[in-house]
Design a protein around this ligand. Structure first.
Ligand code: M3L
Ligand code: AKG
Ligand code: FE2
Length: 421
């Protein structure tokens, strides 16, 4: 029956009964090269045949491995991996995309067991692996998460019994580093223990994972409650949950904390999974989640203390999601550092406050709070794009050191160790 249909397609477009009238045709894999013809034709691929395609006026529809994909012709031409279009050694495109006719259309299509072949009007042939197409199509990508994670509240995190990684194994073995990074990617926090409590040793840890991100606070910072900078971090006050450097256009990706000394009381560290809280908002009030992901706000840091003069402004929504799959990748939450809201009209601003309240209520649920006392020797890495931190007020002398890391480089290290990041 399929052969007949094909024959029909090759000659004259045919009209099946009940056709919706699409000018298109499904072609099964295993067919010979056929001239592209528009046909009013709908057909279901028999189950034994895994791949079927259909050519439309401006795109190719392909069904493979239970995925229905639509490819724009310019996209297909742009993604030609032939030697003249793509440098497989450097993984860089050599084709000049701007030279592709925006009205381009393949003049012939063929599919075999593993590969789609397109012949372009100038005779150039492009081959695409079917698996490659599934992986790289919009539809295929949409089904995948970019960053596999385990969202947690205190109970979930405790139950998981995520181990701290021993400093030696972290520094000296890929296995140790990989285990650490896997924990970090899944939970947004990870601990290294048995670290020598000095700034220099903390720096060696940081450098094992990434490049250090130098900021206005320096490369490796070191702080006590000495008011040396114009920020409440440099006091003994309690700090409510927040993410850092919200006033940077790109907030720091990771924060490393290592408590070198504390002679006194209090000063526990609070950790809250911002994505867990945001997920609760999404479940309860999707409109509020959407608002938090759409309304841009400013955060600001104005400092004039001693020789430190800084004025930083970062703009962006509280929740940042990938538009194609709605997956969260960054929460920017710091009520101390949030600037005057002047980017939002009054009616939206009221709804934004309501949404912010819902999120804050989730972030403040006691069951979502993980409290830990940082001790000399135990370094904490926090995903500053996901996990909020805070601290309890304290007495006595307390000295903390640490640094920020560039996120790209942490993920780079993770990918090189074979992790999905
Ligand atoms: C970590 N270190 C003490 C260097 C800086 C603290 C910066 C604090 C600032 N309010 C913020 O949240 O970004
Ligand atoms: O003192 C602390 O434990 C953390 C303070 C803080 O929020 C920070 O340094 O970013
Ligand atoms: Fe902070």
């Amino acid at each position: 029956m399929w052969c007949k249909r094909l024959a029909c397609l090759l000659k004259v477009p045919c009209q099946p009964s009940g056709s919706a009238g699409h000018r298109s045709s499904w072609i099964l894999h295993g067919s010979r090269t056929v001239l592209v013809a528009a046909a009013r034709w709908h057909h279901k691929a028999p189950e034994s045949l895994r791949c079927a395609w259909q050519l439309h006026g401006d795109h190719l529809e392909l069904r493979y491995a239970n995925t229905l994909m639509r490819f724009d012709f310019v996209w297909l031409r742009d993604h030609c991996r032939s030697a003249s279009c793509y440098n497989a050694k450097t993984n860089q495109r050599s084709l000049d995309t701007a030279s592709v006719d925006l009205g381009i259309k393949p003049k012939a299509v063929r599919v075999d067991e593993t590969t789609l072949f397109l012949t372009w009007p100038d005779g150039h042939v492009t081959r695409y692996g079917l698996e490659w197409l599934v992986k790289n199509s919009y539809e295929g990508q949409k089904q995948q998460v970019m960053h596999p994670r385990i969202l947690w509240n205190a109970e979930i995190y405790r139950q998981a019994q995520v181990p701290s990684i021993d400093c030696r194994s972290f520094l000296e073995t890929d296995k140790g580093l990989k285990e650490f990074l896997q924990n970090f990617l899944l939970y947004g926090i990870a601990f290294v223990e048995n670290v020598t409590p000095t700034k220099e040793d903390t720096e060696i840890l940081a450098e094992r994972v990434s490049l250090i991100r130098e900021t206005i606070y320096g490369r490796m910072w070191y702080f006590t409650s000495d008011f040396s900078r114009g920020d409440t971090a440099y006091t003994k006050l309690a700090l409510d949950r927040h993410t850092d450097t919200t006033y940077f256009q790109e907030p720091c990706g990771i924060q490393v904390f290592h408590c070198l000394k504390h002679e006194g009381t209090g000063g526990r560290t609070l950790l809250v999974d911002g994505f867990y809280a945001a997920e609760q908002v999404l479940q309860q009030a999707p409109d509020q989640f959407e608002l938090l992901s759409k309304v841009p706000l400013k955060h600001e840091y104005v400092e004039n203390v001693g020789d430190c003069h800084n004025h930083m402004i970062g703009v962006g929504p509280v929740l940042n999601v990938y538009p194609w799959n709605n997956e969260l990748y960054l929460i920017r939450y710091n009520n101390y550092d949030r600037a005057v809201i002047n980017t939002v009209p009054y009616d939206v601003v009221h709804r934004w406050y309501a949404a912010h309240r819902t999120l804050t209520a989730e972030l403040r649920r006691p069951e979502n709070e993980l409290w830990v006392k940082l001790k000399p020797g135990k370094a904490l890495f926090v995903d500053n794009w996901r996990v909020l931190h805070g601290r309890e007020a304290f007495t006595g002398y307390r000295q903390l050191c640490g640094c920020y890391l560039t996120r790209d480089d942490v993920l780079n290290t993770a990918r090189l160790l074979g992790l999905q990041a």
